[in-house]
Design a binder for this molecule. Structure first.
Ligand code: AMP
Length: 464
């Protein structure tokens, strides 16, 4: 019988039942600028029509409008958990939570964050009494599965517990009053769906941020609304066609500890590389500028290293080699976020002085023996450079090997002489650095393993 037996679903209806509609909730607002994109309203629900591409999904809003949205701005409704709450900051470390709350400087300002022990949560609370400081409370669970901060007041869920302590300090240093506002929204992978070629007429160029190997970097606004950094590539410094091809791949790399590549302006010369804007500039200068405060906060220094390691572990997972990892090539954004920049760019540099290990601009001091001897780059040569970056962080931006000439550094590295332990660095952290400097690349740990080791060192040495 066509359509099947009455009362039983036809195969079409069965397919529909099988294909459960996916509903997502917007975690951040998004303003659609390019045609074909759809604006997101924070907290609103959207039906997903096509999630076959990783970074831009086609969705339908409650009015029936259809368009593309950045997939990292939404979360599946069923998996939403605490993410819909302003006060939940996810994987933020104790050190970053402290600096965020101190910066807000409001009595009773609080966040809830993931503990370093998986599945557990910590409440971080700012109080000015008797002096400005941040208290951290583990949210515990009793045998009935209820949550509590003080055993006298148990609640069925964390939001209920937060609500309870909004009205009663119940043993806390203060009532929970407010949480940090105007938190930064994450960058999107490209400025719009399938867009990596950017029209320079849509870029409003502002002040100069610095200059490097490739030329001047300026702050800019894309279509008057999105902050970007624009790297203007000095002509003749890079093999442009190869890079433009690669840029399509690079815009798809997305991680909270990688500087997002938005796209390129490749139709005119000079070429522009357009990336996420990072307000505090290079990590190296940041370390040097804030030596007095950072030097006394070893937890924050270790947290910076862990953030870089997370970004590098992502690159390693995607078989992507950085080739020039160093503090000067990482950037610092708001809330002490550190991101790795310029990954893979070294391959397109045309200057022999930079690309050949005998050249004056070659980053000798970050290079392992196999790079010095055979220019053999790998994720494990990135690991060596990462060890040197950790050393830069713990010395607050000193030059590795001081004033030694490149030839002297090469000789030392070949003989297995490594950098000394910085004063501010715990023995346990130095042990990790040393592992990065194993002569044989195979013996060095991967970034995945380094990340786990550093997190466990941090748990052992510092309070969570
Ligand atoms: P580079 O050519 O990447 O070495 O950049 C030169 C300088 O420009 C850096 O040291 C930073 O101070 C600044 N800069 C580069 N990219 C950015 C960015 N995305 N956001 C903010 N400042 C940047």
């Amino acid at each position: 019988m066509p359509g099947g037996t009455p009362g039983t679903p036809s195969s079409k209806t069965k397919d529909k039942i099988m294909m459960r509609t996916k509903v997502v909730v917007a975690l951040y607002p998004f303003r659609a600028i390019e045609g074909g994109d759809l604006s997101l309203e924070k907290g609103a629900e959207y039906e997903v029509l096509d999630d076959s591409q990783e970074h831009w999904w086609k969705v339908k809003d409650e009015h029936g409008s259809i368009g593309y949205i950045p997939s990292n701005y939404v979360k599946e409704k069923e998996l939403l958990g605490l993410q819909k709450y302003e006060w939940y900051v996810g994987d933020m470390s104790r050190q970053r939570a402290e600096s965020l709350l101190k910066q807000e400087d409001k009595e009773g300002c609080f966040v809830v964050r993931n503990s370093s022990t998986k599945g557990l949560y910590t409440l971080s609370l700012y109080t000015k009494v008797p002096h400005p400081h941040v208290k951290h409370y583990h949210i515990k669970q009793n045998t009935r599965g209820e949550f509590y901060l003080s055993e006298k007041h148990c609640c069925g869920s964390i939001p209920d517990l937060v609500n309870y302590h909004r009205h009663n300090s119940g043993g806390l240093a203060s009532r929970l009053k407010t949480s940090p506002c105007d938190r930064p929204v994450p960058p999107t992978a490209g400025l719009s769906h399938d867009k990596w070629e950017i029209d320079p007429a849509e870029l409003h160029l502002l002040e100069e941020l610095g200059s490097g190997q490739f030329g001047v970097v300026r702050r800019g606004k894309w279509r008057g609304s999105i902050d970007v950094a624009v790297k203007m590539m000095k002509e003749g410094t890079m093999s442009e066609d190869d890079f433009i091809e690669e840029a399509k791949v690079m815009t798809k790399l997305q991680h909270q500890n990688l500087v997002q590549l938005y796209g390129v302006c490749s139709k005119d010369r000079p070429i522009y590389i357009v990336t996420e804007y990072m307000r505090h500039g290079s990590l190296l200068n940041y370390l040097r500028r804030h030596e007095a405060t950072l030097g006394a906060n070893v937890g924050l220094l270790l947290d910076m290293c862990i953030q870089v390691c997370k970004g590098m572990a992502y690159l390693e997972r995607h078989n992507y080699i950085h080739r020039d990892l160093a503090a000067r090539n990482c950037l610092v954004g708001s809330e002490n976020v550190v991101k790795v920049a310029d990954f893979g760019l070294a391959r397109y540099v045309l200057d022999d002085q930079y690309t050949s290990s005998g050249g004056t601009k070659f980053p000798i001091k970050w290079a392992p023996p196999e790079v010095l001897n055979y220019t053999r780059f790998s994720s494990k040569s990135d690991v060596w450079a990462y060890g040197v970056l950790m050393w830069e962080v713990f010395t607050c931006g000193k030059m590795p090997y001081g004033r030694l000439k490149n030839t002297e550094v090469v000789e030392r590295v070949q003989r297995g002489i490594i950098l000394e332990r910085p004063k501010a660095c715990f023995k346990e952290v130095y042990e990790v650095m040393r592992k990065c400097w194993a002569h044989c690349p195979e013996v060095r740990p991967s970034f995945r393993v380094l990340k786990e080791q550093l997190i466990s060192v941090s748990q052992g040495l510092l309070n969570d």
